[in-house]
Design a protein around this ligand. Sequence first.
Ligand code: AMP
Length: 289
Amino acid sequence: MVIFKKTQDISEFLAGKRSGGARIGFIPTMGALHAGHISLISQAREKGYLTVCSIFLNPTQFNNPEDLKKYPVSTDSDIQLLISSQCDVLFLPDVEEVYPGGPDNVVSYGFGELEEILEGAKRPGHFKGVGQVVGRLLEIVEPDTIFLGQKDYQQVMIITALCRLMLQDTNGFRPSDIRIERCPTVREADGLAMSSRNRRLTEPQRAVAGTIYQCLVSIQAKQYNSRFETVKRECGEILASKGFVTDYIAIADARDLRLLEEYDKNIPMVALIAASIGKIRLIDNLLMD
Ligand code: AMP
């Protein structure tokens, strides 16, 4: 695996690979890697891409400074994990490299309603930050395909919108041509979605953390014989009884995240939950079929 810290170096390296016929599969991350991240790398590799992973803890997407400060960092073991997963390239820039004129001088994109609901409502400015950093990383890496986890469902939709909004760059690279691969959520045995934040759970918190997934499964299972309002109330009570503070329990049109008041069997639906246990905020979702 080749590691780059400088924008110019990785750009030159990838330009060479591209002209040799390589297709670039990009996996942006914030580090503290786990099997969920590695599954994205494996999928890119299996599809024949030159795999480029980035690790960058983007300050502009944390609306809560405490959350940024406590975000787990494990760069040395991340590098070992990436090597053993046969990742080809790691981009490991510092903040100045990603935001040369400072984060305030980066182009921001507007995502309309999509950035105002669910995570956007609970974490104001979060998706502006995601748009900024992913926009910059796409300019640098110029990937053919970007591999994203379904775990962050709304983020996949934001990045899809971002690729459509970004203009062709001076090299002729067109972000609107980037393919988006949404990859399945990797879970622990009890259903808990793998997440870097899980490392911060205490043992008793970890013991109940699978409740979020159980609630998603019950929202899915009860779609044919219950009203969503009832299932939502039951899930809220179950989560509260295990010590969670719930931010939202929602169902939405899986194609555009339009929020639904009631189950609608005529459209593809996704159920989404965000809840905190202690100071750890967890999110998860499940496509309903
Ligand atoms: P993060 O480091 O949290 O920014 O995540 C980097 C990428 O990994 C994003 O596309 C996430 O959606 C994806 N990801 C995180 N957790 C999982 C998981 N449990 N399964 C699949 N992909 C994941």
